[in-house]
Design a binder for this molecule. Structure first.
Ligand code: HEC
Ligand code: HEC
Length: 206
């Protein structure tokens, strides 16, 4: 039954792509992926979009993993991680207590250990704890800090990376209480990231 659904989905998407492809070649101005026929957003629209983006980035679900020191944070009050967990030389923890010893690919809602693929601490250069809104923007746009990413790669990371999307499926903590989600719904956030980028990443004043 499931399998049939898959087959249907694959066939259907094939049909849709073919139709789109034909439609595209019949006009002389094919759309490039990601290009919109609408005029680009204005600077004000871009700044408003960034306010939504940074409301997410400065939320504890992100900052707990993007801290300023060598220890991850936990919980709604961002307390220092239990068990003396440390960054370690490669951001994956110390030999005896690697992040992935406890953190699996998915949340474990029995033990309250959150999980997502490649769970480890953001490098210090990617710390946002203690930064202002405009400093966070400059940091994620600066290849010196952001792991050498182009804007396109940063948009991709912000909108598709499993550690980012985990924040909207954060599971429950060790006491069984659901973790708070970021203040902007995920679809609205993804839209805001794209609008901000399309507007030329204007940075509002703090
Ligand atoms: C489990 C820890 C973890 C969580 C939670 C997490 N990140 Fe990250 N983040 C990382 C790691 C590790 C990297 C570095 C990955 C790399 O460079 O390969 C990273 C890198 C990034 C980068 C690219 C580097 C930069 O400074 O631009 C962005 C953007 C980012 N994270 C956004 C977010 C956002 C937004 C959230 C919350 C919605 C979030 N992250 C939550 C661990 C985390
Ligand atoms: C000994 C097991 C263990 C190890 C090792 C470990 N963690 Fe955790 N971690 C936990 C548990 C348990 C929780 C949940 C605590 C709670 O929320 O009640 C947690 C929660 C977290 C959170 C909180 C998520 C949130 O937003 O509240 C982050 C971030 C985190 N760990 C990052 C790391 C990183 C990065 C490493 C490696 C440097 C690591 N952990 C190593 C057990 C571990």
């Amino acid at each position: 039954m499931r399998r049939n659904h898959w087959v249907m989905a694959v066939l259907l998407s094939g049909v849709i792509f073919t139709v789109l492809g034909l439609a595209n070649t019949s006009t002389n101005e094919p759309f490039l992926p990601g290009e919109s026929p609408l005029p680009p957003p204005t600077q004000t629209e871009g700044e408003e979009a960034y306010e939504k983006v940074v409301a997410v980035l400065s939320h504890k679900r992100c900052v707990n993993c993007h801290p300023s020191g060598d220890r991850p944070r936990q919980g709604e009050d961002s307390h220092i991680h239990n068990f003396n967990v440390q960054r370690g030389p490669d951001n994956h923890g110390m030999a005896a207590v690697k992040c992935q010893t406890c953190h699996q690919e998915e949340n474990n809602n029995l033990s309250g250990v959150p999980g997502a693929p490649e769970w480890h601490l953001a490098p210090l250069k990617m710390k946002w704890e203690g930064l202002t809104k405009s400093e966070i923007a400059r940091s994620i746009l600066n290849p010196e800090n952001n792991g050498g990413r182009t804007l396109e790669e940063t948009v991709h990371h912000l909108t598709e990376h499993p550690l980012v999307l985990w924040a909207w499926e954060p599971g429950v903590d060790a006491s069984g209480n659901p973790r708070e989600k970021p203040p902007v719904p995920v679809d609205e956030y993804i839209e805001a990231v794209k609008t901000w980028a399309a507007a030329g990443t204007p940075i509002p004043e703090d």
